[in-house]
Design a protein around this ligand. Structure first.
Ligand SMILES: Cc1cc2nc3c(=O)[nH]c(=O)nc-3n(C[C@H](O)[C@H](O)[C@H](O)COP(=O)(O)OP(=O)(O)OC[C@H]3O[C@@H](n4cnc5c(N)ncnc54)[C@H](O)[C@@H]3O)c2cc1C
Length: 422
């Protein structure tokens, strides 16, 4: 008998779905991940770093705070509720979030690791999906892709630079060099720069294409762009409007937390006491246009966008903190995918169902692959439980999780008209 659903990938997105599904009677689900065990961005679990969202953005709480796999249940199980209460911390250490997720995985027999899914096929005869791994084939009525993202290195730096995703693995080697360059001014770039600054003191260069080392939007009303209300509004916009909007919203997700900026400025300031300016450079507005490995080190060609000038510098190593791209769902789904949108992307409906080819009666859902249809909140942990519950409600057809009608004070748009699923 086919399963009700198979989840491909176990990051926070599908782990949230596994947790919420575990409490629903009669749902037969399995979740598969190719990694040997759960680890949340292990190369960036730097001491002192925290989640960028409050702890309530755990796997379940924003849908069901009474769930046995909530963050508070984890603290109770670990005997740490009182210290947490006195700590008064809304933003927990990143390593603690990782530990919490691993605690949840141990309580979810539906989750299996070391299972690389190579293909998802549709069996018209059985009207089920076949989820194929290197060792078994699972049959399922619904599939939920939660395959996440992978690091991106800009073309000129491919093959010569590291990515910040591997930072902790390469940190010792970076500490032994004279001159290290960090490229990119999102949160990861800032964290890597700060950690190296604290450990090395100098010999650091921080470059970014954006015109400033800019703070992340974190105002109370600004954050309402990470609500189901905003997600629904964005979803209802026409495709050209959605595509025009996303690049203007970079400060919602690509910038640096104001706390990290303050930590960096403090660290730099403290280093000027009694010893002059620190041996570091921080330059915005600069793009790396070429990188040439030399006998010792790398020569970088830099172009300043607004000055229109080009220069070269020599460095011993480059760490790209240049972000991540969604993994290619088409590689798994192949001919199952239906008509694409004007830009050639697969379509996703309001309940996160991917548009499939005619005749396929089962559903494939996508988590964190729908920025083009649902907006910049797609990777945000604060929307993860809500999206999982939306999918679970669609899979079961009986809404085991009641979801709030209204989630923001802001009214997004003048009319609320549901676009038909495209
Ligand atoms: C360093 C970092 C910090 C972040 N911090 C925050 C934060 O504080 N707040 C916030 O809201 N967001 C944050 N994000 C964004 C987002 O929450 C994370 O990227 C989150 O991990 C996304 O979860 P996911 O489940 O979609 O994907 P991932 O966590 O990337 O998990 C995907 C999983 O799928 C597996 N997989 C892929 N392909 C296959 C396959 N074919 N077969 C089997 N398994 C497969 C992978 O092994 C992986 O385990 C952060 C992102 C990064 C990179």
């Amino acid at each position: 008998m086919p399963l009700d659903l198979v989840g491909v990938g176990i990051g926070p997105a599908n782990l949230s779905l596994a947790a919420l599904a575990s409490g629903v009677d009669g749902v037969r689900a399995r979740f598969l991940d190719r990694a040997p065990a759960f680890h949340w961005h292990p190369g960036l679990l730097i001491d002192g770093t925290t989640l960028q969202v409050p702890f309530l953005a755990d796997l379940v709480s924003l849908v069901d705070p009474t769930h046995p796999l909530s963050f508070l249940a984890y603290l109770r199980d670990k005997g740490r509720l009182f210290p947490f209460y006195f700590a008064e911390r809304f933003h927990i250490p990143r390593a603690e979030y990782d530990d919490y997720c691993r605690w949840a995985v141990k309580r979810l027999p539906s989750c299996s690791f070391g299972q690389n899914v190579t293909e998802v096929r549709w069996s018209a005869a059985q009207e089920t999906f076949e989820v194929i791994t290197e060792t078994e084939t699972l049959l399922a009525r619904n599939v939920v892709l939660g395959i996440g993202t992978e690091p991106v290195v800009p073309d000129p730096l491919k093959g010569v630079a590291h990515h910040s995703a591997d930072y902790l693995d390469i940190r010792d080697s970076l500490l032994a060099l004279d001159d290290v360059t960090i490229v990119g001014s999102g949160q990861s770039g800032a964290e890597v720069f700060l950690d190296l600054l604290r450990r090395r003191g100098g010999g650091l260069r921080w470059l970014t294409r954006t015109p400033a080392f800019a703070p992340m939007e974190y105002s109370k009303l600004g954050l309402e762009q990470f609500t189901p209300d905003y997600t629904r509004y964005f979803y209802d916009l026409p495709e050209p409007a959605r595509d025009a909007l996303v690049p203007t919203q970079w400060q919602l997700y690509k910038a640096i937390s104001a706390d990290t900026i303050a930590d960096i400025q403090n660290e730099l300031y403290n280093r000027t006491v009694g010893s002059g300016w620190p041996d570091v450079s921080l330059t915005p507005g600069v793009e790396v246009t070429a990188a040439r490995p030399e006998k010792a080190g790398i020569e970088l060609t830099l172009h300043h966008r607004h000055q229109g000038v080009t220069a070269t510098v020599r460095t011993d190593a480059v760490v790209c903190a240049t972000g991540y791209a969604e993994r290619d769902a088409a590689a798994l789904l192949g001919p199952l995918l239906g008509p694409r949108d004007a830009a050639g992307r697969f379509t996703v409906d309001a309940e996160f169902r991917v548009g499939l080819a005619r005749g396929i009666t089962g559903s494939v859902f996508a988590q964190n692959a729908e920025r083009h249809t649902h907006g910049v909140g797609a990777p945000d942990l604060g929307l993860t439980a809500w999206r999982s519950a939306t999918i679970l409600n669609a899979v079961t057809g009986r809404a085991p999780h009641a979801l709030p009608e209204r989630t923001a004070f802001t009214t997004f748009g003048l009319v609320r008209e549901r676009r038909r699923a495209t």
